[in-house]
Design a protein. Structure first.
Ligand SMILES: NC(=O)c1ccc[n+]([C@@H]2O[C@H](COP(=O)([O-])OP(=O)(O)OC[C@H]3O[C@@H](n4cnc5c(N)ncnc54)[C@H](O)[C@@H]3O)[C@@H](O)[C@H]2O)c1
Length: 277
């Protein structure tokens, strides 16, 4: 079969295209014959067709980027992200959820039925369903300004930390917004990666400690590469995946499955720190 994933000639938008999983996704999509628009706050080196510099913490910058992109857009890959630790909690929430969602919502009029959106959450969001009522408070607040205000007023409630909370909110948004978007023929999914060797990894090690990062590795015994996360994203947004929607796809080498079936014990894995995760 020629073009098995069906990307040839499609126009796709990739945020976070300057680095890591976003850059890997952009490169793969170019190879699959898509026309790729890369969006990032940093300069993008991947060989995309159009580069747009935009800051997901800034609603004007997001609006300008969305206005610059000509439709139709067939798929959006929302890969940009900020780790916790060195960055202010509100910035982490803005980049990982509020700004990312705002960008997608502004692009929707340019996405035709049959289009798809895929985002990157994290297996640090494990157990997000147990916090659903807290998460839905932010998910159901429309718009950048009101979302930012909620984040500024609720940093103390971001359990266990701003980064994990941002990824939990993202899972909840995907699960709920997918149900309304599909009535317009547009799909929405996300992946939940385990530890992946990108520019973000040293931030995780410095902030959480190597012991915590290693604890999230699980039975596969190694970190993921950026490409090993890019391919599941490419699969989710492919027109061939037309019945996959609202999926919060775990891409962590079997870590979550081992936890769910009692083969990994979180408390002993994480030790003292595990009480907070
Ligand atoms: N690396 C991991 O172990 C891991 C694990 C689970 C999930 N994730 C998530 O995967 C996604 C990709 O991260 P990565 O690991 O490839 O890291 P990365 O640092 O290599 O890439 C993140 C990209 O986001 C961009 N970005 C940051 N702030 C931005 C802003 N204000 N506006 C626009 N773009 C901005 C950066 O410039 C960078 O190009 C992120 O959402 C991250 O949270 C990473």
């Amino acid at each position: 079969m020629k073009d098995p994933l069906g990307y040839s000639g499609l126009h796709v938008v990739v945020t976070g295209a300057a680095s890591g999983m976003g850059a890997a996704t952009a490169r793969i999509l170019v190879q699959l014959g898509a026309r790729v628009t890369g969006v990032d706050v940093k300069p993008t080196q991947a060989p995309v067709d159009l580069v747009i510099e935009a800051d997901l913490r800034d609603p004007d910058s997001i609006a300008e980027a969305a206005a610059t992109i000509n439709g139709p857009v067939h798929a959006v890959f929302s890969c940009a992200g900020l780790p916790g630790g060195a960055f202010p909690p509100v910035d982490v929430l803005l980049v990982n959820f509020v700004g990312a969602r705002h960008f997608v919502e502004l692009l929707l009029p340019k996405i035709a039925p049959g289009g798809a959106i895929a985002a990157i959450a994290s297996n640090a969001a494990m157990g997000w369903q147990l916090q659903l009522s807290d998460l839905m408070e932010l998910v159901t607040i429309d718009g950048f300004g009101a979302g930012k205000k909620w984040c500024e007023e609720n940093t103390q409630r971001m359990e266990p930390d701003a980064y994990s909370f941002s990824k939990k909110v993202l899972n909840a948004w995907v699960a709920s917004r997918a149900a309304t978007l599909i009535t317009e023929g547009i799909r929405l999914n996300c992946i939940n990666p385990g530890p992946t060797d990108t520019a973000m990894m040293p931030h995780f090690v410095e902030h959480s400690g190597a012991q915590i990062v290693d604890a999230f590795v699980g039975p596969i015994g190694r970190h993921s590469t950026a490409e090993e996360q890019a391919w599941p994203l490419v699969f989710l947004n492919s027109p061939r995946s037309s019945y996959v929607n609202g999926e919060t796809f775990t891409t962590d080498g079997g870590f979550f499955g081992a936890v769910q079936t009692g083969q990994l014990d979180l408390a002993s894995l994480f030790g003292e720190a595990g009480q907070q995760t």
